[in-house]
Write a protein that binds this ligand. Structure first.
Ligand code: ZN
Length: 486
């Protein structure tokens, strides 16, 4: 309760009544207005380093550009920004700095991950809204900026984005998508946009509510997609798609900005594909599993995407959980026991899938993403914590970088895909995504050297966001065993 609120109380009778009711509630709870005004920092329980000037010394810098690591660097953070970074011999810690010796450790830019969600499959056809726990897990995993790639909850992504930006809740900066732009489907938590006019109104409404991004989905028609693209662009929003009814080539011609799931969702190569109809995800996947990445049809599609500057989001993490013979994904212990159980059952089903298309599709998906980058395409990264469980925010973001290395990228290239490429896509690369003087101090300190051993990316010790150092262990402990409830 603030003095300003009491002053505003004079303006309307209704607001006055509400203000007084809230005030009497606080007094009844034992809060005096003076105590309530102190507003203790809600982030404090998760913060381990918070000083106006911090110097990280003797640290290996992997700067997010894809350049080789630089050893024995000094990195000075002042007022939330990188004030200077350079060789220990040329940059010395300021006298007023809190000095942290990081000998043997590395610093990478905060991850900029582009296919994240704040919901999770909690039951048949039901997506539970887990934004409060997920945002802590993302930050703990090193994610300092993320895009939600689709929203099944309405206003929550937007509110979380705002509250995190206001410093009221811990989490990454969030590019918050509107509820899915989709046609009629069986999804209980999606709108059914039948016409271009409905699509335009949907985009306009959610843009007015505060959405900053759009995601089209599998049953959208070309007309509705075109209307959503145009309305979104007129409001400065980018639009991505997990498509099926519309092919990648059609979407590129309509002006889409990004396509999700690498080439795994492309229906361009389904022989009898009817316009505006999804032939089924499985048909598209069979065609993609069989495609030759050096053949003319695939190269023509890649050339079109590169020419139209359509980005591609790699989400290998979710496909790994569908692929027989893959390791158990990390982070399952933070889930509720019932979600852990349900993933184990899904994992058993996957292990027994001797005919699974993913045996060939998963390595093919990796090869196609490499081919796209080789041809000059902008590959960005995300994790898609949906499917049948097992993609756990934060942990999955680290796993996604590891899988890019398995796909054939060098560790520093994979880190660049998960940092500066995401920043470029968002148009924020002047501020985030790389380590350089003047950039926002979004930094992940990891033990070891992920440039030679990418698994070290899991050994996160501190996550700096705007220069404030968060403790991943505290963030994770605050949600452990409860992810699935809130
Ligand atoms: Zn998704």
């Amino acid at each position: 309760m603030t003095i300003a609120a009491l002053k505003r109380c004079a303006t309307t009778a209704m607001r006055c009544a509400r203000t007084l009711a809230a005030l009497s509630y606080l007094v009844a709870q034992g809060f005096s207005p003076a105590v309530a005004q102190q507003n203790p920092n809600p982030l404090a329980p998760y913060v381990k380093i918070n000083a106006p000037v911090v110097a990280l010394t003797h640290v290996r810098v992997i700067d997010g550009t894809g350049a080789a690591p630089r050893e024995n660097q000094t990195l000075v953070v002042r007022d939330g920004k990188i004030a200077s970074v350079g060789d220990a011999g040329s940059v010395s810690p300021p006298a007023d700095a809190t000095v942290i010796d990081l000998t043997g450790k590395s610093v990478i830019p905060g991850l900029v991950m582009m296919h994240e969600h704040l919901y999770y499959s909690t039951g048949p056809g039901v997506y539970g809204q887990l934004g409060a726990s997920f945002s802590r897990l993302y930050l703990a995993g090193g994610v300092t900026t993320m895009r939600t790639a689709g929203n099944t909850n309405g206003i929550m992504d937007i509110n979380l984005s705002r509250r995190i930006a206001a410093g009221e809740m811990p989490g990454p900066a969030i590019d918050a998508t509107a509820p899915y732009v989709n046609g009629p489907s069986t999804f209980l938590q999606m709108h059914a946009l039948r016409t271009a006019d409905e699509a335009r109104k949907h985009v306009a409404y959610w843009a007015d509510q505060g959405s900053t991004s759009l995601k089209a989905y599998m049953q959208i028609s070309r007309d509705a997609l075109k209307a959503a693209i145009d309305e979104g662009h007129s409001r400065g929003m980018k639009i991505t798609g997990h498509l099926c009814s519309v092919t990648y080539a059609e979407a590129a011609d309509l002006g889409i900005d990004d396509l999700e799931h690498g080439f795994v969702a492309a229906t361009d190569f389904v022989a009898d594909k009817q316009v505006d109809a999804c032939p089924g995800q499985a048909r598209g996947q069979q065609a993609i599993a069989a495609i030759d990445e050096s053949g003319a049809p695939f190269r023509a599609l890649v050339a079109k995407l590169v020419d139209k500057r359509v980005a591609l989001t790699s989400t290998l993490t979710v496909f790994e959980t569908f692929t027989p013979g893959r390791p158990t994904p990390p982070g399952l212990d933070v889930l509720t026991p019932s979600l852990q159980e349900s993933f184990k059952r899904a994992q058993d089903r996957v292990a027994n899938g001797t005919q699974s298309v993913y045996r060939t599709l998963f390595p093919k998906a990796m090869a196609l993403e490499r081919a796209f980058v080789k041809a000059g395409g902008l590959l960005i990264a995300g994790t898609d914590p949906t499917g049948s469980g097992g993609v756990v925010p934060g942990y999955s973001d680290q796993r996604q970088i590891e899988l890019l290395v398995e796909a054939g990228f060098t560790p520093v290239e994979a880190i660049a895909i998960g940092t500066s490429n995401g920043a470029k896509y968002l148009g924020r690369d002047a501020r985030i995504g790389t380590i350089a003087a003047g950039k926002q101090a979004d930094l992940v300190v990891v033990a070891g050297n992920p440039a030679t051993s990418i698994g070290d990316i899991r050994r996160v010790e501190t996550v700096f966001k705007n220069g404030v150092g968060f403790d991943p262990a505290k963030l994770i402990d605050s949600v452990r065993g409860q992810v699935g409830v809130w």
